[in-house]
Write a new protein. Structure first.
Length: 312
């Protein structure tokens, strides 16, 4: 199953990393840096880009800042690759309105988590179903359901498959929970052709098992799309052995990002390679400990990713 030569055409497949939100050292948005970040990500081989996700620090942004980032990125990318806009909100109406604005601004897809708030406020399946139906009714572009532990909301494969069959725009699924490969297999078995995009998540730490299960896309951190391409491209071309060998090479960096650094890893790599001027995160998120940062760069340099050379 080769990747499409035209990534702007559905079904969307391949590497769709999450873009960081770029700040100045004082916490203000750095829109020039934001543009450089997505330029790098495209040049590094991204088939598409996701913005305003959790790895974009969407939870430290004001509504006006979200709109500014969305329009800045979509205008700057100008159709070079498809852009997924995260529009998650607890309110059905607010999420639907955000999704409509994203579509009107040029988004190819929206990504949405099920409604949740804090550690205890959840809604039952009937509320989740109606939530996604309301969002779907507001737009004409596909919805990716983000099945992530942070939501604390169990989404069974039968329930996800039902929504794919019954809600017109629910077609993509980013599976980030434990046992992702098994869930992807169940989802594809139950949903059939209604599952347009079964995707891997969580920084590609389970990428090969997820590809074996039928995943057709990977949403990773934005620091090394070129490395993830070295895994996905041969796999999709039918060469699993080369893909597995590449996965083994890149797994130490994937693991270091996933287990030691989290969302700041991408910014550190981009800062080190001159892509952006600051790796600042917004308080109360904390910067990396100097030794953790040193370890990340050390692991990355062994692989010579483009990010460490792009801006120098």
């Amino acid at each position: 199953m080769a990747l499409s030569e035209k990534p702007s055409e559905r079904p969307y497949r391949g590497v769709f990393p999450v873009a960081p939100t770029v700040f100045h050292d004082d916490g203000r948005l750095d829109l020039d840096g934001q543009k450089r970040a997505v330029d790098f990500m495209i040049e590094a081989g991204s088939h598409g880009i996701c913005i305003l996700a959790n790895f974009s620090e969407q939870f430290v942004l004001g509504d006006d800042e979200r709109e500014l980032i969305m329009r800045t990125v979509l205008d700057h990318i100008a159709g070079r690759v498809p852009v997924i806009v995260t529009t998650t909100h607890f309110s059905s109406d607010i999420c639907a309105a955000r999704s409509r604005r994203a579509q009107d601004a040029g988004a190819a897809m929206v990504m949405v988590m099920p409604p949740y708030h804090g550690a205890t406020i959840r809604v039952p399946e009937i509320g989740i179903y109606d939530f996604f139906r309301k969002v779907s009714d507001a737009i004409d572009i596909p919805i990716m359901i983000q099945d992530a532990p942070v939501a604390g909301t169990p989404l069974s494969a039968p329930f996800l498959a039902r929504m794919a069959r019954e809600i017109p725009n629910v077609a993509y699924f980013k599976i980030e929970v434990a046992g992702a490969a098994a869930k992807l297999r169940d989802l594809l078995s139950l949903g059939g052709d209604a599952i347009e995009g079964p995707w891997d998540g969580e920084e590609a730490i389970t990428l090969i098992p997820d590809l074996d299960a039928g995943a057709t896309g990977a949403m990773t951190g934005g620091g090394y799309p070129d490395g993830i391409r070295q895994i996905i491209d041969p796999y999709m071309a039918g060469n699993r052995e080369d893909a597995a060998a590449a996965y083994e090479r890149w797994l130490p960096l994937i693991n270091y990002e996933n287990r030691q650094c989290g969302l700041i890893a991408c910014k550190v790599l981009m800062k080190e390679g001159g892509v952006i001027a600051s790796e600042a995160v917004r308080h109360p998120i904390q910067p990396l400990h100097p030794e953790t940062r040193k370890g990340l760069i050390e692991v990355a340099r062994r692989l010579d990713p483009l990010v460490l050379r792009w801006g120098l």
